[in-house]
Structure formats: structure tokens, C-alpha cells
Design a protein around this ligand. Structure first.
Ligand SMILES: [Zn+2]
Length: 276
């Protein structure tokens, strides 16, 4: 019995983009053109800030989007927390860290009208204390900046390592491997970055090439936000199986899919089934 994704698909693709700079507008527009889904990690305390910054030696327009455009710009995608003002959470007092997370969530929830439970670590820094605090604040998953260069799901969603950054020299190699792989169980390809990096180098074709390839194989791929993947995976892990392995019960709110050999099965929320 193998875990499959929604609608029995064997592959999922997700994106995570940080900081909410104005270049998100072009990225979202490209994602929408190709039917991709992403998660955008925003610092609501910096909305509307106009800033020119030198990042990695390159002069960059680091201006932020405004709060007013959050709801419409990210329609169909996920808005997630990246703290209010982008401090490293391992270097500030716990009480300040908590306020940075909660205030950002509250601001984003007011703007989107939805619960915000996703998170990306500013500067990628975290430790056990920070993870504990996030869980207490209702955060259900948190993305790091550690590349796995594989397609496996995380064991611990508060240390969710992406497959790679979009600037990885291996991006298209990994993407090709992913779409060609004859997967028997749920696999995930997870790309992260900052939209200003495309503006800095004017290399938008990089991500467009990836979108085009993934769209071509779209029949086999679930295009999902980070939250959709985390929610689905956690629900799947709650499936109850009888001790003789013959009965499966879905106690969650989520319809789930699994595969036995080449056969695909769906077990609805609250349903009990015999495994054949
Ligand atoms: Zn950031």
C-alpha cells in the first residue's frame, strides 16, 4: 500500500518564494500562465517599503509589495508567515520572536481572510526552541534553506527541506529526472527562492523553462501549495490500519488516495475499506 497524492497522482510540485518584493508580481503572473501553485512568505511589517539594496554584489530593487494587493495578487496561491520584520529567530529573545510570528500571521489573516499556518525561516535559521515556539503559535510547517536534491517527503514538517533553490545548477537535471521517474509512491519536487533573484540577473527564462517542462507532464503532477502538501501528507500519516493489515480507516477530514501495485484507490474522509 503506497501513498499517492490527490486524484491518485504520484508526483507533486510546489514552490516557496520569500520576502514579498514587487518582483512577485511577475512570478505570480508566470505561475498563473502555466498553472503552477506557490506559497509566498511575507513580512507584513515591511509592506510598501521602497528600497534599493546591494544583494550578493548586485544592485537590486528590493521594494516590497503593499498590503492592499496581497489578497488579489496571491489569489489561488498560499500566503504564509515569514515574520513581521525578518529577524533571525535564533538571535533574538523568545518573546520577541513570538511577537514577530503572531503579528505577521494576524496581519496576513486580516488581509486574506484565511488562517495563516505556513512559515519559512528568515535566513534559514532555526533550533528546537524556535520550532517549539512556532508550534505554539499554530504554525504547521516551516521551510528551511537546506537542499535535499531528492523528491522525498519530510519526516518533520517544522524542518521541511526543499529539493533545491531555483539557481541550483542541477535544477533542470533534477526536474527531468522527476518527470521521467516511474514513481510507485508519492514524490515531491520543491523549489524555493526569491523573485528578486530573477530581476537581478534578468533570467526569468530559467523558471519559465521549468514551468514549461512541468506543464508538459502535468497529467501526472499535482500542482499544490506548501500547505496543501503538508495537510495531505499529515492526513495520510493518520490512516489507521488493522493489525492484520486488512482494513484501513480514514479518520481525517481529507479524502486520501493510495496505490496497490498499479491500482489506485481513494478512501474518503471517515470511510473504512478492506484492503485487497
Ligand atoms: Zn527572507
Amino acid at each position: 500500500m503506497e501513498m499517492l497524492w490527490k486524484d491518485g497522482k504520484r508526483k507533486a510540485l510546489t514552490f516557496s518564494y520569500d520576502d514579498g518584493t514587487i518582483h512577485d508580481r511577475r512570478l505570480v503572473s508566470l505561475m498563473n500562465t502555466y498553472g503552477m501553485k506557490g506559497t509566498f512568505n511575507l513580512n507584513s511589517g515591511l509592506f510598501g517599503k521602497v528600497e534599493q539594496a546591494v544583494i550578493n554584489g548586485i544592485d537590486t530593487d528590493f521594494s516590497r509589495i503593499s498590503g492592499e494587493e496581497v489578497k488579489t495578487l496571491f489569489e489561488g496561491h498560499e500566503v504564509a508567515c515569514h515574520t513581521l520584520t525578518h529577524p533571525s529567530l535564533t538571535e533574538i529573545p523568545a518573546v520577541m520572536g513570538r511577537a514577530e510570528v503572531l503579528e505577521d500571521c494576524q496581519n496576513l489573516e486580516k488581509l486574506t481572510g484565511k488562517p495563516v499556518t505556513g512559515f519559512a525561516y528568515p535566513y534559514g535559521t532555526y533550533n528546537d526552541k524556535v520550532e517549539e515556539m512556532l508550534a505554539e503559535c499554530g504554525i504547521t510547517y516551516a521551510r528551511t534553506v537546506v537542499s535535499t536534491e531528492n523528491f522525498e517527503l519530510p519526516h518533520d514538517f517544522l524542518e521541511w527541506h526543499p529539493t533545491c533553490h531555483h539557481e541550483s545548477p542541477k535544477l533542470m537535471e533534477l526536474a527531468t529526472e522527476f518527470v521521467k521517474e516511474d514513481a510507485t509512491e508519492a514524490k515531491m519536487f520543491y523549489v524555493w527562492g526569491h523573485s528578486y533573484e530573477f530581476a537581478q540577473k534578468d533570467n526569468w527564462q530559467l523558471i519559465e523553462e521549468l514551468f514549461r517542462l512541468m506543464q508538459e507532464y502535468g497529467q501526472d503532477i499535482w500542482f499544490a501549495t506548501n500547505d496543501e502538501i503538508a495537510t495531505y501528507t499529515k492526513a495520510y500519516r493518520e490512516l489507521q490500519i488493522s493489525s492484520d493489515g486488512n482494513i484501513v480507516y480514514n479518520p481525517t477530514e481529507v479524502d486520501l488516495w493510495y496505490g496497490i501495485g498499479k491500482e489506485v484507490y481513494c478512501i474518503h474522509s471517515g470511510e473504512r475499506k478492506e484492503l485487497i
